[in-house]
Design a protein around this ligand. Structure first.
Ligand SMILES: CC(C)(COP(=O)(O)OP(=O)(O)OC[C@H]1O[C@@H](n2cnc3c(N)ncnc32)[C@H](O)[C@@H]1OP(=O)(O)O)[C@@H](O)C(=O)NCCC(=O)NCCS
Length: 188
C-alpha cells in the first residue's frame, strides 16, 4: 500500500495513503461534511449511511485491485480530511481517466491539494497502461480549484451551462483536460 508523509505550508503533518478495509466510517464522516457546506464544490447533497459507505468502500477496493481506480486519502490524527481519485473509463474510452479531489475546509489553501493531486496522478500514470488524458470538472464559482488545475497544466475544453442547481441558483460546469505525454508507463 502506498503511503506518503506530507507537511502542509502551515506545518501540519498529514499522511497520504490508499484505502483499506475498515475505512468506511471515517470516509462517511469525511464525505458527509460537504453536505451542509454552501458552494462546497462537490455534487453531494444528501448524507450517506454507513451501510452505503461500506458498499462503496468494497467496490473501491475491488476497482483498485482491478487497476480501474487509484485513490489517496489524506489522514490527520486518525481522521480522513481529504481524498483524490483517478478512475479509468471503460471500453473505447480506456485512454481517458477522470479525477476528483476534495479537502475539508481547515486544510485548504496550504498546498495540500496540489501535492495530493500530483501524487495521485503520478500513481495513476504508473498503474494504468496507456492513459492519454486526465479530465475533471468544477463549478464556475470554484476559482481556487480552477487556478490549481491550470497550474497543473489542465486546459478548459468546454462548459455545461446550468449544470447544477443549489437552492434557486444554477451553476455552469467547467470541463478541463490534461494531455499526458506518456511513453512507456511502468506498472507499480
Ligand atoms: C480545490 C481544492 C482541492 C484545492 O486544494 P488546496 O489545497 O486548497 O489548494 P492549494 O493550496 O494546493 O493551492 C494550489 C494552487 O491553487 C490556487 N489557489 C489556492 N488557494 C486559492 C484561492 N484562495 N483563490 C484562488 N486560487 C487559489 C493557487 O494557484 C495555488 O497555487 P500557489 O499557492 O502556488 O499560488 C480544495 O480547495 C478543496 O478541496 N476545495 C473544496 C472541494 C472542491 O472544491 N473540490 C474540487 C471540486 S472540482
Amino acid at each position: 500500500m502506498v503511503r506518503y508523509r506530507h507537511v502542509a505550508s502551515d506545518g501540519t503533518e498529514i499522511i497520504f495513503r490508499e484505502l483499506v478495509k475498515g475505512d468506511a466510517k471515517a470516509c462517511m464522516s469525511f464525505i458527509n461534511s460537504f453536505v451542509d457546506e454552501r458552494r462546497s464544490g462537490l455534487l453531494i447533497d444528501k448524507k450517506v449511511t454507513l451501510k452505503a459507505e461500506e458498499k462503496w468502500l468494497e467496490s473501491q477496493l475491488s476497482d483498485t485491485k482491478a487497476r480501474q481506480i487509484v485513490m489517496l486519502l489524506v489522514e490527520l490524527d486518525g481522521r480522513i480530511v481529504g481524498s483524490c481519485h483517478v478512475h479509468r473509463l471503460p471500453s473505447k474510452h480506456r485512454h481517458r481517466a477522470v479525477l476528483g479531489v476534495a479537502l475539508l475546509k481547515g486544510l485548504r489553501g496550504k498546498g495540500v491539494g496540489e501535492a495530493l493531486m500530483r501524487r495521485t496522478m503520478e500513481l495513476a500514470v504508473k498503474r494504468f497502461r496507456g492513459i492519454e488524458t486526465i479530465e475533471l470538472s468544477s463549478f464556475a464559482y470554484n476559482e481556487r480549484a480552477q487556478s490549481l488545475y491550470k497550474k497543473l497544466g489542465f486546459k478548459e475544453f468546454g462548459r455545461v451551462p446550468r449544470s447544477a442547481k443549489e437552492g434557486d441558483e444554477y451553476f455552469d460546469e467547467v470541463m478541463m483536460r490534461l494531455e499526458l505525454s506518456q511513453t512507456s508507463p511502468r506498472d507499480e
